[in-house]
Structure formats: C-alpha cells, structure tokens
Unconditional design. Structure first.
Length: 165
C-alpha cells in the first residue's frame, strides 16, 4: 500500500505515524531518524505478518572525493564469487559461506511437519493452521534476515577497507 504520510505525533515520548486513508495512529519502531519530512511512504507486509514502512525523503547529495590516486596509491581488490567460499579476494582472503539454511534446516523441518499435520478446516480457514503457517514463515524470514545481515556487513567492510573494488 502506498500512501502519503499525514503527520507524526508524539505520545509519552514515542513517535507515532498517521497515514492517510488509515484510521488512528500506528506505533512504529524507528530504525533511524528521518533526514527530512517524507514525501511519500510504502507499507508492505511479509508472509510472517510483519509490516515495514519505506519513506521517500529528499536530501542534498554530497559528492565524494574522486578516487583517482592523486593523493596516494589506491588499494584495489578483486572479488570472485564462489560456492565453497562465498567470496575470494585478490589479497588471498577467503570468506566462507555460512550456509544459513543448513543451520536452520532442522527447526524449519520440525515447523513444516507440524504445519502438514494441521487440518485445513472449513474453506481452508483454521486458526491453528494459520498460526503454524506464520511460524514457518518466521523461520524463513529469520534465515533471510541472517543472510541479508551477513552480506550487508561484508560489503560495508569491503567498501571501507578498499578504495577500488
């Protein structure tokens, strides 16, 4: 759902969000401060039942200094993607593949097995089955979040440590 945020409000020191076409205020766990007032936002819901809000804000762009090596030698690195080791750098460093799915496979198998035993109910509407489906979706979301976190930390480290990739 895309909407224009109609405003913010603080109650007892907690910021809340009001969206157009939505009654009431929405409690939000803010990951960081917004750089400016948002022009629009998009609300999404994943299979695990979690909502996420993405704001569109305007901010002045700051140009980074050009990496042409005039001030000193640049430190370049080559990256090779693989299967056994996730990446191999030209410096010889290998970053292993954490294999997040394999580490969570037993838990996922157990939750999926419990889901398969639940009855679908009349018209496919069973509260117990829906509750278990959300548990399975949360395990999948946990695996996805761990992968994303690992990759983002790795790319941030590479961008910080090397001038040219």
């Amino acid at each position: 759902m895309s909407a224009r945020p109609s405003g913010y409000r603080e109650e007892n020191g907690k910021r809340k969000l009001r969206l157009s076409k939505t009654p009431g205020l929405i409690r939000v766990r803010w990951s960081r401060e917004l750089p400016s007032d948002p022009s629009s936002c998009t609300v999404t819901k994943n299979a695990a039942g979690q909502y996420h809000v993405c704001f569109v804000c305007t901010e002045e762009a700051h140009q980074l200094p050009r990496a042409d090596g005039e001030g000193g030698d640049l430190e370049p690195v080559g990256v090779d993607l693989g299967i056994e080791s996730l990446i191999t750098l030209s410096t010889g460093e290998k970053v292993g593949n954490p294999r997040w799915f394999e580490s969570e496979q037993e838990r996922l198998c157990h939750e999926q097995q419990k889901l398969s035993r639940k009855e679908k109910g009349l018209g496919g509407l069973s509260n117990n089955r829906e509750r278990q489906r959300k548990r399975v979706a949360k395990v999948h979301q946990h695996i996805q979040d761990r992968r994303k976190d690992f990759i983002e930390k790795l790319t941030t480290r590479l961008a910080h440590d090397f001038d040219v990739i």
